[in-house]
Design a protein around this ligand. Sequence first.
Ligand code: BES
Ligand code: MN
Ligand code: ZN
Length: 508
Amino acid sequence: MTKIEVKKESPAAFRGEMLAVCHFEDSKKLAGAALQLDRQSGGILEDVIRRGDFSGKHAQVSIVYTRGALPVHRILLLGLGKKEKCDLERFRRAFSKAARAARDLGVGELAVRLEPLGGSCGLEELAEAVVEGVLLGLYRFRKFKTVDRDEVKDLRRLLLLAADDREAKRLKAAAGTAGIVSKAVYYARDLASTPSNEMTPTDMARRAREATASKKVRITTLGIREMEKLGMNALLSVARGSMEPARFIILEYSGGRRGDRPFVIVGKGITFDSGGISLKPPDKMEEMKADMSGGAAVLAVVKAASELELPLNLVGLVPATENLPGGRAYKPGDVLRSMSGQTIEVISTDAEGRLILADALTYAGRFKPRAIIDMATLTGACIIALGDDVIGMMGTDGALKESLRRAADETGEKLWELPIWEDYAELIKSDVADMKNTGGRAGGAITAAVFLSKFVGATPWVHLDIAGPAWLNKEKPYIPRGASAVGVRLLLRFLRDQALKKRGKWKE
Ligand code: BES
Ligand code: MN
Ligand code: ZN
């Protein structure tokens, strides 16, 4: 990962390979560092604008060679678009573009002088957004590429130039935070991108242990015997079609006071979803290696929460298994007795996510949570309802949902609520059991959530269906194609808001 450093130095004196300065499309004149450098160089930046090569359109990049007019070798002019529209998301996107441009040129280091530029956001927020944009946009999953290793270019360093010691201190803190958050995103993307032959439930448990070793996190993994004792038959039934043993991963981070009720986050950990006996069509089946994206996000969030030393208690739960059609596989028509005691008629073995989550949500109750949030690549229906880019949110607590909406606004991870009115429960009524595991095509994201709600009880709860945004077939500004780690920044923002008792604070 690109290193982030902070240095007290003026842009005018900076002698390095490349320095980025920003410009708004609708400002007549250069401002801040850009103006200073332009004056000092006898107008080389103004020249680029006057000739029409650069207008400041959002995420527009122009490289200007200084040829001795300034100590630095190149200026990267970065467009921020219209001033009034400029928010943190635009900074993330623009700087991701800048970082990629620098990397493509083979530049090893990019310096930037951050200026709040009259916007409403503070210096720390701005620095976090810029660092995240740079780091997240540069992510690549190269684990299995053995050729051309030497030709791969890397941006080794991002240098934040500070005006004085006080600013340097603030920038360092912000860069530290953004570094931890970005590292967690990398971790979750790595896990979800890794194919199922190297990311079995056992591998996932191992990766969880590695990630949280030496931190204030207690990790426990339950094996099949222990799950049997607990009566987690919904989870175990899904696992029966596979030779790979299921795992139930429990992470407990205690950053709060002893006795403070924890937040419990739960992530679907299907390391490969073939559909089971209700086999999926082969088209795009390979993407189902990422059906543990929710689980990966949960592991990443607990890891980062502990590194950020958030003053709260947090539990992460990941039921992990493959869903395969083996000789002992569970079958349509089977009736399962879940850990909660409720019985479930299996209509489709491809609706496996809600089955493993049912037992995990029941288990969550043991922690007497303040709130439960689950993340799951649960339904194709959610993609049909909201498109590829949007998280479907369903839940029982208005204030909790509102806090998540705010966190979504701040992080740029889009989320939209779907209703879970009691009427929908009709659709999952079974003739032979307490409920069935599918409710037909109509409202499929909702009936899945209604199913989950039966295992939650009275605890405030929100379900996030991330089936769409967890995997990208087309790159987005700071998310390359493939696993996105959606949910990681969202939940970290939410938890930080809770911990800091600031904006969006949901409950004491
Ligand atoms: N993992 C899938 C959902 C999914 C689909 C995620 C596409 C990402 C992209 C889930 O286990 C599943 O198969 N859901 C079924 C439910 C149906 C059988 C009720 C679906 O959405 O088709
Ligand atoms: Mn499935
Ligand atoms: Zn699935």
